[in-house]
Ligand binder design. Structure first.
Ligand SMILES: Cc1cc2nc3c(=O)[nH]c(=O)nc-3n(C[C@H](O)[C@H](O)[C@H](O)COP(=O)(O)O)c2cc1C
Length: 272
């Protein structure tokens, strides 16, 4: 049996490839079993470990070597409380021992253009997209490194729903925007590995083909419901069967984050 079989079965349960014959690798096993953690003990991670995590995050790949991610550590308790109060349904934002905000930073490259007398205009779609990806890669690098150091993490993109207030609290200039916050602490609750969509729905070979999507989603809904059903009090509607796809379709159909596009447009992005 492969070193990964259990972890892959827990993650996908889709009967697909289980890494048979691949050499055992602790890091890969850890990634396969990773999970978001929203409840933390009081112990604050050591400063030198946090510095290391920032260095690891900033070691992520960066589009064109433009290095358009910035990381803001929110230490000020009043500011943290002010952000936490905006999202009472997510108390982990205020309670986590450590809170970072990962920023897409299209400003730095534009400043560098000015410093070198070059006409850099980085409020384009490309500037936004590249900075977003750099920040996303940096946050994922921090997540995986933090988890490998025994910490639990939770990315927080809900801050974009109140971007005007969050940006004011953090003093963000034009062309700098929050991609996500990141709660970090030592896990207090075990949590569970979240079952992912079957790989036949999310992987393609040589040509995109989603002809089996509907059946795959029905199958996934049933398997996921059997493993960890969405608790009644978290369901967005009363239904005889309330599966993942019902929940996600309802969630995605509800307008959320309406403040983000106008914020970006009034803070230096024209998306040309
Ligand atoms: C970009 C991003 C933003 C997220 N934002 C939030 C958030 O605002 N609040 C939250 O509680 N979880 C947030 N999450 C965590 C996801 O809900 C979680 O990753 C997902 O349910 C899958 O669970 P897993 O990471 O344990 O596999 C976010 C995750 C990502 C990648």
């Amino acid at each position: 049996m492969s070193a990964y079989a259990d972890a892959i079965a827990r993650r996908f349960g889709d009967g697909g490839s289980s890494g048979e014959g691949a050499e055992d690798n602790e890091f890969i096993r850890r990634v396969l079993s990773r999970k978001t953690v929203r409840r933390y003990g009081d112990k604050v991670p050591a400063e030198n470990l946090l510095d290391l995590l920032v260095a690891a995050a900033l070691s992520a790949s960066a589009k064109s070597d433009f290095q358009q991610a910035s990381i803001l550590r929110l230490r000020n308790t009043a500011k943290r409380a002010a952000i936490g109060e905006l999202f009472p349904a997510m108390p982990w934002i205020a309670n986590a021992p450590v809170f970072f905000v990962f920023l897409g930073d299209a400003r730095r490259l534009q400043c560098i253009g000015e410093m070198r007398g070059k006409p850099v205009r980085n409020g384009t779609l490309k500037g936004f997209f590249n900075a977003s990806i750099d920040a996303a890669l940096a946050i994922q690098a921090m997540i995986l490194c933090a988890e490998s150091a025994g910490l639990g993490t939770c990315p927080i993109s809900v801050i974009r729903n109140e971007v005007d207030k969050v940006a004011a609290i953090l003093g963000l200039p034009d062309l700098v925007f929050p991609v996500a916050g990141l709660c970090i602490g030592y896990p207090q609750a075990e949590g569970y590995v979240s079952l992912r969509l079957p790989r036949l729905a999310t992987t393609h070979s040589d040509q995109y083909d989603d002809s089996a999507l509907a059946a795959a989603i029905d199958d996934y809904d049933r398997r996921r419901n059997a493993r960890h059903a969405i608790p009644r009090d978290q369901q967005r509607a009363n239904a005889a069967f309330y599966g993942w796809s019902e929940d996600k379709a309802r969630q995605a159909a509800k307008a959320e984050g309406a403040a983000f596009p106008p914020y970006l447009r009034s803070h230096g992005f024209n998306f040309d």
